[in-house]
Design a protein around this ligand. Sequence first.
Ligand SMILES: Cc1cc2nc3c(=O)[nH]c(=O)nc-3n(C[C@H](O)[C@H](O)[C@H](O)COP(=O)(O)OP(=O)(O)OC[C@H]3O[C@@H](n4cnc5c(N)ncnc54)[C@H](O)[C@@H]3O)c2cc1C
Length: 323
Amino acid sequence: MTILVFAEAADGAFKKSSFEAVCYARHIGNKTGAPVVAVALGITDAAVLESLSHYGADQVLSVAGTSFDHFDAQTQSAALAAAAQSLGANTVIVSNTYSGKAIAPRLAVHLNAALASNVVELPSLDNGFRVKRGVFSGKAFAWVDMNADSKVIALTPNSIDVTRDERSASYNTMNFQPAVASRLQVTGINKVSGKIPLTEAEVVVSGGRGLKGPEHWGMIEELATALGAATACSKPVSDMGWRPHSEHVGQTGITIKPNLYIAIGISGAIQHLAGVSSSKVIVAINKDAEAPFFKAADYGIVGDAFEVLPRLIAAARSGAQQA
Ligand SMILES: Cc1cc2nc3c(=O)[nH]c(=O)nc-3n(C[C@H](O)[C@H](O)[C@H](O)COP(=O)(O)OP(=O)(O)OC[C@H]3O[C@@H](n4cnc5c(N)ncnc54)[C@H](O)[C@@H]3O)c2cc1C
C-alpha cells in the first residue's frame, strides 16, 4: 500500500492545505507503515519540491509532460490517477479546495475508489478506516467507514495542525500525456493579488449589510491588516457589488475554517453560517442583541459597528506594536 497526496500549488508554491494533506497522509503512514508519496503537477523547482519532505513525504513525484498552468480538473485528475496507478497507491489525499472538490470525484472514478469529501479530522484506523466528515452544510458530522480497497479523501483546509516531520525524501519525475486533449480554453485571468487567500487565512474579518455601503469597508480592511487577516463578506454584500464575489462565504460561497472569524453587521442566517460555522472561534458584532449570529458565536459584542470597529482597530494596532 502506498499513500499518495496531491500537493496543490499556486503561483509556484505549495498551499498550506497541501502540507496539511501531507501530514494527514503521514499519520496514516505512521499507523500502517505505508510510504507517503507527494505528487506535484508542473512544479519542477527543487527547493519548492523539497518543502514537502519537511512534513513527512517519503517520496516526491513531479509530473510533467503537459501544461498544468491553468486549472483543468480532467487533466489533473487523469495525471493523478496515472501517478497512483504507476505507484500502486490505494489511498489518495487531496485538499477539499475549489480544485480538490473538482478533482476528487473524477479521481475516484478513475481509480474505482470510495470517496469521502469534507473530511475534518485525522482518521481512526483502530478498527478499519473511519473518517469524520462535515455534512448538511457543516451543521452535522458523519463518521464513515471506508471499506473499499481504494480510497480518495478530500481534507477540509485548516482541519488538522501542520506538524513538521523531516524526511530524507527521494525525488522522481513522471511524464504524463493526457489521452484526451484538454477541452478548456482560458481566455483571461483576473487575479486578486497582494492579499491573504481566504481559504488559507487563519483569521478572517467579515462584513455584512450592517456596514451600509462599500465606502465603509476601509474599517474592515484596517482591522484585517492589523490582525494579519483576510477579508470576507455575506452574500448580499457581494450581490450588490460592494465586495468581489471571491469574498462571499456561505452555502453558495466559499466554506472557510479559520482559527478566528469576526463577523461584523452580519445577521447570521443559516446559509451564511453554513460556510463559517466550523471556524474555531467566532466573534459576532451586531447592534441587535437578538441577531441569530450570537447563538453560533463564542464571543459577542452588542453594539454599533461604527463605534466598536474604530476601538477594535486601535486595540489590534497597539497589540501588534507590542508583539
Ligand atoms: C439559497 C440561498 C443561499 C444563500 N447563500 C448565502 C451565502 O452563501 N452566504 C450568505 O451570507 N448568505 C446567503 N444567503 C442569504 C442569507 O439568507 C441572508 O439573507 C444573508 O446572509 C444576510 O446577509 P447580512 O447578514 O449581511 O444582511 P442582513 O440580513 O440585512 O443583516 C444585517 C445585520 O447587520 C446588523 N446591523 C445593522 N446595522 C448595524 C450596525 N450599525 N452595527 C452592527 N450591526 C448592524 C443588523 O442587526 C443585521 O443583523 C442565501 C440565501 C438563500 C435563499
